[in-house]
Write a protein that binds this ligand. Sequence first.
Ligand SMILES: CC(C)(COP(=O)(O)OP(=O)(O)OC[C@H]1O[C@@H](n2cnc3c(N)ncnc32)[C@H](O)[C@@H]1OP(=O)(O)O)[C@@H](O)C(=O)NCCC(=O)NCCS
Length: 143
Amino acid sequence: MEIQVKPIQVEHAKEAQILSKQLGYEISLNDTIANISEVLSSKTHVAFVAIENNEVVGWIHAFKTTTIESLPFIELAGLVVDEKQRGKGIGKILIEKIKEWCKEQNVLSLRVRSNVKRKEAHQFYLNNGFKEIKEQKVFQMNL
Ligand SMILES: CC(C)(COP(=O)(O)OP(=O)(O)OC[C@H]1O[C@@H](n2cnc3c(N)ncnc32)[C@H](O)[C@@H]1OP(=O)(O)O)[C@@H](O)C(=O)NCCC(=O)NCCS
C-alpha cells in the first residue's frame, strides 16, 4: 500500500489526536488544533502526517533548537504510528522526511529524547541511524 507524507494541516487534528492518545497523551481536539496551528505559524517547527488510503496512520513533529552553548540541532518532539500499522516502514519514512527537512535547514544533527520506558522505540531509533549519547532526568515546575 502506498504511503504519502504531507505537511500536517488543521484538518488532520482529529486523527492526530487519536494517535496522540496511543502515544500516551490525553489532549482535547481544541488543544490539538491550537498546537497544529502554532506549528504551522512557526519557522522553526515542522510536522508531517503519513497517509494511507486517505487515513492518517502516523505523524512526526520536529523543531530547531538554538542554545548558547551548542551548534543548532533539530529535535523530534513526537513520533507515533497507528498501532495497527506498525512494522510496515511508516516510522522509517517519517524519519526520512525529517532528515530531508534537516538538510533543507542546513542543520545536520537530529536528536530525540525518549522516555526510559519506551524500550521498543529505543530499538527503532538504534535501527534507524541514531546513537544513544546520554541519559537525563526531567524536572518540571507548575506555575
Ligand atoms: C516507534 C514507532 C514510531 C516505529 O514505527 P514503525 O512504523 O512501527 O517502524 P518501521 O516499521 O518504520 O520500522 C523501521 C525499522 O525499525 C525497525 N523497528 C521498528 N520497531 C522496532 C522494534 N520495536 N524493535 C526493533 N526494531 C524495530 C524495523 O524492523 C525496521 O527495520 P528495517 O528497516 O531493518 O526493516 C512505532 O512503533 C510507534 O508509534 N510506537 C509507539 C509510540 C512511540 O514510542 N513513539 C516514539 C516516542 S519517543
